[in-house]
Design a protein around this ligand. Sequence first.
Ligand code: SAH
Length: 467
Amino acid sequence: MRFFPVFLDIDFRPVALIGSGAAAQNKLRLLLAAGAQVHWFAADAAFATEVAPSPDRVIIMNDDPQLADWSSYVAVVAAGDAPDVERIAARARAVNIPVNVIDRPELSTFIVPAIVDRGEVVVAIGTGGASPVLARRLRERIEALLPARIGALAALLGRYRERFAARKHNAIMPRAFWERVVDGPIAAAFLAGRAEYAERELVRAIDDTAQAKSSTAGTVYLVGAGPGDPDLLTLRALQVLQSADIVFHDDLISPAILDRARRDAEFVFVGKRRGHPGIGQDAIHRQLTEAARAGKSVVRLKGGDPFIFGRGGEELEYLRSRDIPVVVVPGVTAALGCAAEAAIPLTFRNEATRLTLITAHRAEEAAATNWTGLGDPQTTVVVYMGLSASAGVRDGLIAAGRDADTPAAVLARGTQSDARRVYGRLGDLPALAAQAGPGPALLIIGEVVAHAAEWPQALLAQFEAAA
Ligand code: SAH
């Protein structure tokens, strides 16, 4: 470790900035963000006056920085190409003022790290000046990992520190209390956007030691994993996966997605495999409850979005009835992910003004579906789990008045490496489904299918001739 990491208080304190290029302007922004009073020695004072964002916080200095009085400066920052930069660095060292020469670590007594700025929470990344590019890459990765509201969470906890201290609890040690808050449902709810609820619960926990002691259940995160491509995970899904103790997943979850979870998390498969029925919904409910009661951070990972044909609603109600804290993390549902991949706009001005997501698992289900209304030519119909019921879907839609020539697509294994897309007409839906190969697959019926990137030109011509 070549440089000792510290966070310096420069709020309302004078810092000298020497030089005026792009690098110096970047530092100017940073210094102002931290509240400094910047004395800016720019070669071109007129230019500096023009770009200085806040005239009351930036004083443009016209004199030679070498001759200026430095006695009030808490730090000196100089552009690497400023004139006489070696002498500037030497003067600062001689009077023990911390000096940073941009991109010249050998002249500097401090360097400015790459930072992730979330308000109260700041992460600084340094490479000892060896590679600012590497530091920036690391920063991007940390950016993706840190919840957007982490700074606001720190501020909330900061606001209540004194209130907790004033209670003089002897039932629980302060550190144990705050660990419970940070690792538990209060912080989880706050980070998921439920600020008022989290604050209410925090106040309750502070004012009621008994409750603070008893709230040991871990949180269950009902997480949508998207349609398959791991890059379609949301940032929040990634964050909770990275801190999971145990992950319950089913058949739609690809290994590539499980790869993004914390390495030493426990993985439990609770889905159905070809020929095997799976452990059943009741057993899933019980296992989720047990893991949460053991204080674990539990991720229940589901394909697409947990609330779209995913039984997420049932799991939520069950866990709630057992007083287990639950946070729902939405996912890109198959209809949206697969349509995007195929470049099918599911709604389109004046052409498709309504979107219906339905499920038709078995032929009987298709027969029992109320198709009235889906005959409307402006409705795009997306059928989940409809591969084996495609004949029933076709018959139902046509009986409801839908034209047999309506464009249709079968999108199988969407966003995965073996994705297959087949296009045609509603009348041929069963043949298209047979061509698409094994599921998971969606059926999409509607005029908008003709906007697909791969909509066959031949079909298009035939369609226009018929119209
Ligand atoms: N909760 C999921 C849906 C679960 S139901 C979601 O929001 O997407 C399972 C059905 O989803 C499958 O039968 C299929 O119709 C659809 N599906 C899921 N992933 C898919 C994919 N990658 N490609 C095509 N269809 C998919």
